[in-house]
Design a protein around this ligand. Structure first.
Ligand SMILES: Cc1cc2nc3c(=O)[nH]c(=O)nc-3n(C[C@H](O)[C@H](O)[C@H](O)COP(=O)(O)OP(=O)(O)OC[C@H]3O[C@@H](n4cnc5c(N)ncnc54)[C@H](O)[C@@H]3O)c2cc1C
Length: 468
């Protein structure tokens, strides 16, 4: 029987972000099924684990990053193996995994970004938030990117927490950055830039913004920064007011309260400013060889089948700005051979079971996290999401609907990976990287100094003699 000490349930998880770890946890330490014996191999294309907790969460939020301690504990489980630096689709194929595992769970997150689709979007000085965030967080794929931040005003398009993170990071001082694990090139670039004002633009109103309360509150606590909100934007239309009165809208209600307090607050005359604009969309980014101006169009809200949609009014204004960051959503990328919905950017699935175009479940294939449900929610949201998926998987185990691997021997997979990726990084290799980074951070009072190239990461991993 599969799932016993004699024949453990063999699961491959592709993507070592929060959803990958939560899926692994529910397989290895399942309180509802203490008798279940599963073994988990967790793959990541990077030599380092933790996905966006390492490469997305803002460096000035170290407490949030400490969630990784929970994942560290799980990694000590004897039936857990980590394979870092192994990319699905490049180093291993779907067929190769299904030959070796009873189930594969894809937890690869959302690796790309949504575009604005306006003229001038690709001018130098206009960037997706995804790459800027990856750059300041030391993601090795972003290390060689150049961000010239020598503009007085930056426009950030989007009304979620990523927009706020980008705005805040742009305005942090050298002193503030120097206690964080921001990549060294990020500290140099941001502190050496000249941004004094960040304008955050939302196409709908304050009641529709996707900020969470702590993030928006934090703006008002920044030293040397005035937060500016036009009180007129806070006069709610009847639909927004009614929506806010509904149960389940506590976050939105509090957001509006916080914004009202900002609108009423006297300015400190601070050297830097964050301006929160609502009901505006960029319609063109202009400039001679680089971003110089953004044309904004005013929107009004119209009720559209239960939702409130932004409708352009034709009223336009031009804002001088040298930088534009679009933070209008991360987007999933197709994995080789895995059914994908281009429009939503998600793996085709039903409650986490991967399905083909006809809606039929592909036995043994599952998904969780941002690539299953889209780029929203906090880290903890992925716990329920991954747990739900694993519950479906365990149900399919009882009904005999998993894959039937011809070669489930764990040693066979290990040999295949090491043949394909001789410098694969195992958990001990990651711990060696971690030790090098934290030791470098200690004398500077920083949590770590990140290694930002694949070469240096692999070097640190092998320094411990970790991978065979
Ligand atoms: C800028 C930003 C700031 C955030 N801040 C916060 C915050 O302060 N608090 C909070 O609670 N949440 C925050 N979040 C949200 C949180 O990071 C996500 O909810 C969470 O990381 C999503 O988890 P995931 O496992 O689905 O994806 P990810 O974390 O993206 O992990 C996916 C992993 O898959 C790997 N991968 C991708 N493709 C392949 C492949 N082909 N082969 C092998 N591996 C692959 C990637 O390298 C990555 O490690 C933030 C998100 C962003 C973008």
């Amino acid at each position: 029987m599969i799932g016993t000490a004699e024949s453990p349930l063999r699961v491959a998880i592709v993507g070592a972000g929060p959803s990958g770890f939560y899926a692994a946890a529910h397989l290895l330490k399942n309180r509802n099924h203490p008798e279940l014996v599963a073994s988990v191999d967790l793959f990541d294309k990077l030599p380092t684990p933790f996905g966006l907790v390492r490469a997305g969460v803002a460096p000035d939020h170290p407490k949030i990053k400490s969630v990784t301690r929970v994942y560290d504990k799980l990694a000590a489980h004897p039936l857990f193996r980590f394979y870092g630096g192994v990319e699905f689709g490049r180093d291993l194929s779907r067929e190769e995994l299904l030959e070796r595992y009873h189930a594969v769970i894809y937890t690869v997150g959302a690796q790309s970004d949504r575009k604005l689709w306006v003229d001038g979007e690709d001018l130098p000085g206009s960037f997706p938030a995804t790459t800027f965030v990856a750059w300041y967080n030391g993601h090795p794929d972003a290390t060689d990117l150049q961000f010239d931040l020598s503009a007085e005003r930056a426009v950030v398009v989007g009304n979620g927490n990523v927009a706020i993170d980008v705005a805040r990071m742009l305005l942090l001082t050298q002193e503030e950055l120097s206690t964080t694990d921001t990549a060294d090139h990020g500290i140099e670039g941001i502190a050496g830039g000249g941004v004094k004002e960040v304008v955050i633009c939302g196409r709908r109103g304050p009641a529709q913004s996707a900020f969470t309360n702590p993030e928006i509150l934090e703006l008002g606590e920044m030293d040397d920064v005035d937060v500016i909100v036009d009180p007129a934007d806070l006069e709610l239309d009847e639909h927004s007011a009614a929506a806010l009165d509904q149960a389940g809208e506590a976050t939105a209600r509090k957001n509006v309260d916080i914004l009202r307090e900002y609108a009423a607050r006297p300015l400190k005359g601070a050297p830097k400013r964050i301006v929160l604009r609502f009901f505006v969309s960029p319609v063109e980014i202009q400039g001679d060889g680089k971003v110089e101006r953004v044309v904004l169009e005013r929107n009004e809200l119209v009720a559209d089948g239960g939702a409130l949609r932004a409708k352009p009014t034709g009223e336009r204004e031009t804002l001088e700005a040298g930088l534009v960051f679009r933070a209008v959503g991360y987007k999933g990328v197709e994995l080789a051979g895995i059914p994908f919905e281009e429009r939503s950017g998600l793996i085709r699935n039903e409650d986490g079971r991967v399905t083909n175009d006809a809606g039929t479940h592909l036995h043994g294939e599952y998904t969780a996290g941002w690539i299953k449900r889209g780029p929203s929610g906090v880290i903890g949201t992925n716990k329920k999401c991954a747990t739900d998926t694993v519950n479906e998987l365990l149900h399919d185990l009882t009904t005999g609907h998993l894959a039937s691997p011809a070669d489930p021997d764990p040693a066979s997979l290990d040999a295949l990976v090491r043949e394909r990726v001789p410098n694969v990084v195992d958990w001990a290799g990651w711990q060696a990287i971690d030790a090098v980074e934290t030791a470098a951070g200690e004398p500077q009072g920083r949590p770590r100094v990140k290694l930002v190239t694949l070469e240096s990461l692999h070097e640190a991993a092998t320094g411990a003699g970790a991978p065979a």
